[in-house]
Design a protein around this ligand. Structure first.
Ligand SMILES: O=C(O)CCC(=O)C1=CC=C[C@@H](O)[C@@H]1C(=O)O
Ligand SMILES: [Mg+2]
Length: 371
């Protein structure tokens, strides 16, 4: 594998409906598409899922752009690796910056799979050709709008519904949803909106058979989640707290959670996600693939991740049309009776609509072996 150029495309896509969480609301999504090109002109694509502002983790679009341009891309072009598994070693002197690393690593894995003429999901050991998927609904201003969205998503066959909660929009919301949808597979994502002072308040949720409560406490916490999990019967799922397999080992040892949401961007890419998967299969901790409001490129990688045997819970891998008027890939991701079929073409199995990417591009950078 001889990578000769890396291109970064910073694009902005308009969300068809605002996405609101306990941190705030988004109406559009800036993201970085990462393209690696080999000596024969074959491209691999990845996505750096950092948001424009540092509300989810400390990474941002412009911060990741800088780390990619100044450190990650030059080291990749200089070393010329033969397998994407070599990347963590290559970048060990570059601390953290998980989403920047993941975007470039994903592109290298896509290129490598294309050169092996294999679908990426088969290359990484995926066990299924189609995956069950769920959908996340942002905070809504009225209960009627929850009903409107949930009725629509149930009609589309989504296998589970995730709603956001925060203080003041939690117990009564979940009670109303459970009342209207007694059998619906339902989960709540708190995005760190609570503290241990809220234990008694959160325990009220135990009566509503939620599948899980995602990340109720601080984004960098594992210890307090253990105290909360021991006080609640509802499974806790960790998202922001899990940056690497070592965090999983500690969370499992302390009993901080019963489920883990894996996001390729949050854990630094495929290599660490595969380590987390291996550990969770060994420890029997169920996994699902989280979403980051990705374009079709990040979504295609997430689909491959969700084919692994340990991903037993439907993830946030909704159809392209749930987010965008038009996606940047062909074919777009579609959901049929709550399932997404994996394309059987080499790599991520989708074509990137480069003309449309150009139309959405805010700025672009090309770095070659001659740069
Ligand atoms: O991409 C999706 O469909 C779901 C997105 C989603 O729920 C999230 C994206 C990013 C941060 C959070 O708000 C939340 C999450 O924590 O999973
Ligand atoms: Mg989450």
């Amino acid at each position: 594998m001889k990578i000769e150029a890396v291109l970064l495309h910073r694009i902005r896509m308009e969300l068809i409906t605002p996405f609101a969480t306990s941190y705030g609301a988004y109406t559009d999504r800036e993201t970085i598409l990462v393209q690696v090109i080999d000596e024969n002109g074959i491209s691999g694509w990845g996505e750096c899922v950092a948001f424009a502002t540092p509300w989810y983790t400390e990474e941002t679009v412009l911060g990741a752009w800088h780390v990619l341009e100044q450190f990650l891309i030059p080291s990749l072009l200089k070393e010329q690796i033969q397998h994407p598994r070599q990347l963590p070693q290559l970048w060990q002197a570059i601390k953290r910056h998980a989403m920047a690393k993941a975007g470039l690593e994903m592109a290298v894995w896509d290129l490598y799979a294309k050169l092996q003429k294999k679908p990426l999901y088969q290359l990484i050991g995926g066990m299924r050709d189609e995956i069950q998927v769920g959908v996340a609904i942002g905070l809504q201003p009225t209960i009627e709008q929850y009903y409107e969205w949930i009725d629509q998503y149930i009609a589309q066959g989504y296998a589970r519904i995730k709603v956001k909660i925060k203080p003041g929009q939690d117990v009564s919301l979940i009670a109303a949803l459970r009342e209207k949808y007694p059998q619906l597979p339902l989960m709540a994502d708190a995005n760190s909106a609570y503290t241990l002072k809220d234990i008694e308040h959160l325990r009220q949720l135990d009566r509503y058979q939620l599948m899980m409560i995602e990340q109720p406490l601080a984004a960098d916490d594992i210890i307090d989640h253990a105290e909360l999990q021991h006080a609640m019967s509802t499974p806790i799922c960790l998202d922001e707290s899990i940056l690497q397999a070592e965090d999983v080992r500690k969370a499992v040892q302390l009993g901080s959670c019963q489920i883990i949401n894996v996001k390729l961007g949050r854990v630094g890419g495929w290599n660490e996600a595969l380590r987390i998967h291996e550990l969770c299969v060994e420890k029997r901790v169920p996994l699902w693939c989280g979403g980051m409001l990705e374009s079709g490129i990040g979504r295609a990688h997430n689909m491959a991740l969700a084919t692994l045997v340990g991903f037993t819970i439907p993830g946030d891998i909704s159809a392209s049309s749930r987010y965008w008027q038009r996606d940047i890939i062909a074919p777009e991701v579609t959901v049929n009776q709550g399932k997404v079929a994996l394309p059987k073409l080499p790599g991520i199995g989708v074509e990137v609509d480069t003309d449309y990417v150009s139309a959405l591009t805010l700025n672009k950078l090309e770095i070659t072996t001659d740069s």
